[in-house]
Design a binder for this molecule. Structure first.
Ligand code: CAA
Length: 286
């Protein structure tokens, strides 16, 4: 049983915005915080558009879409999240920034609230050190992009995470319409430990001239029934994010075998970061 009515989310980027949308549609009150008014405005616009699309497609009634939008509150002030029953952090993958936030969360949320992070690879145990005595309430709640579409939430226990925190998090993810799957706290957890080496290997295959990028992806979509080829998926995730996760894997698992492919790093150096930059492995105009 999760006992959550109000969810606080920190970070209104693609992940935070997606989690907010899913939470609101599932009936939770959402307070979405970001330090940038511009990011919050973009997120509000995207929620209206995406919920409108669901109404057009007949997936959601107009009344339910209106009710979901009413349950969403956008704020620049972290203090506005103080009466939430759980906080989910979804800021950029920066360990120092996350630790600064979890130190604040420990002081703000003193009534047993869950302190969750949507990190894709940073150690939960490391983030939890910033929460002091509240470390038993820190847990990983790893959503996948696009959040409204992907069913999985990888739930990661840190060394100090209590069983009560884990049980309540699993129940909450289910109440949000997701399928939670538990994993332990090792670099990259399960998802990125398995996914990223495949993506990295696709870059090596391209670099060594085994096949053209489009053909590498075609082989994996048609032969393995992946919805996107590994190189298209790397653009979707962000090439800089892929390099960052590979670094976390190499350092955390102590194996050079996880280092990012030189070609992948070169594209990042050239600013070809994927969809968000308009160009990565492939061109993404508009
Ligand atoms: N937000 C919400 N809904 C979206 C969306 C978005 N950004 N993008 C697509 N959708 C929805 C569409 O509305 C559509 O819904 P309906 O079927 O109900 O109409 C559905 O998804 C399919 O979309 P499209 O027909 O436009 O395109 P598609 O069939 O090519 O699917 C995709 C797009 C869902 C992204 C699909 O290509 C896919 O599943 N790709 C793999 C995504 C993946 O692997 N994600 C995990 C990335 S790793 C990660 O997130 C974690 C990490 O730590 C790095």
């Amino acid at each position: 049983m999760h006992n959550v009515k109000k969810i606080g989310i920190v970070g209104a980027g693609q992940m935070g915005g997606g989690i907010a949308q899913v939470g609101a549609v599932s009936g939770f009150e959402i307070r979405l915080q970001d330090t940038s008014a511009g990011v919050l405005d973009t997120c509000r616009g995207s929620h209206k558009k995406r919920l409108g699309r669901l109404v057009e497609k007949g997936t959601l009634s107009q009344d339910d879409a209106d009710a979901a939008l009413d349950r969403l509150t956008y704020t620049e002030r972290l203090d506005d999240l103080a009466d939430c029953d759980i906080v989910i952090e979804a800021v950029i993958e920066d360990a120092a920034l996350k630790k600064e936030l979890f130190q604040k969360f420990a002081a703000m949320f003193t009534h047993g609230q869950i302190l969750a992070t949507n990190t894709s690879s940073i150690s939960i145990t490391q983030i939890a050190t910033a929460a002091g005595d509240a470390a038993d309430r820190v847990i990983g709640m790893h959503f996948f992009n696009p959040v409204p579409v992907m069913k999985l939430v990888e739930v990661i226990k840190g060394l100090a995470t209590s069983q009560d925190t884990t049980s309540r998090t699993l129940a909450l993810a289910e109440a949000m319409g997701k399928t939670p799957v538990p994993a332990n706290d090792r670099a990259g957890f399960v998802s990125n430990r398995v996914l990223m080496p495949m993506i990295n290997e696709a870059f090596y295959a391209w670099m060594e001239g085994v096949a053209e990028p489009a053909h590498i992806d075609q082989i994996m979509t048609l032969g393995m029934a992946h919805p996107m080829g590994p190189l298209r998926l790397a653009d979707f995730i962000g090439l800089d994010t892929c390099v960052h996760i590979m670094d976390v894997l190499a350092d955390g698992l102590n194996r050079e075998h996880y280092r990012a492919c030189p070609l992948l790093k070169q594209l990042v150096t050239a600013g070809r970061l994927g969809d968000k930059a308009g160009r990565g492995v492939f061109d993404h105009p508009g």
